[in-house]
Design a protein. Structure first.
Length: 150
């Protein structure tokens, strides 16, 4: 059965995930390094993995696979989950796919290199209502695609 895994530390769209998951009757694993308030519902399961640097990423990557959806802004985690066959959606509604993950990883690496050299680089754009709307639409579409292919 399809599950949604949320890389929850700093995730701005948890409420949207809960809303969509309720509509489809899906279970949500809300994975974080510290306790996060979640609705008291059987299908919304908080998972606290501890404070290790990549503990939440490792937990999700070890469990998410074909037929699952992962919600994350973490590009390396997205790449790991794609290799396992999961569908991955960024918090702004941008899907990570086999076709675009290489470019995303390369861009991340380049920006990190520039920062290491002391070059000022722009951070991410502020999260907007348009991002939230795009996220909701794309999450719904991904779930429908997975259900049709099952």
């Amino acid at each position: 059965m399809m599950e949604i895994f949320v890389d929850a530390d700093g995730c701005p769209v948890k409420q949207e995930v809960y809303r969509v998951a309720r509509r489809y009757g899906l279970e949500v694993r809300v994975v974080s390094n510290t306790s996060i308030a979640t609705p008291a519902e059987d299908r919304i399961v908080p998972i606290v993995v501890g404070r290790g640097l990549d503990a939440a990423d490792d937990w999700i990557a070890a469990r998410a696979g074909a037929g699952d959806v992962v919600v994350t802004a973490d590009i390396p985690l997205a790449a790991r989950c794609l290799k396992n066959g999961a569908r991955v959606l960024g918090t702004t509604g941008r899907p990570f796919t086999e076709e675009n993950i290489g470019e995303a990883l390369a861009s991340r690496e380049l920006m990190g290199h520039l920062r290491d050299m002391g070059t000022a680089t722009p951070g991410p754009a502020p999260f907007s209502e348009r991002d939230r709307s795009r996220f909701l639409q794309r999450l719904d579409a991904i779930i429908q695609e997975i259900r049709r292919s099952a």
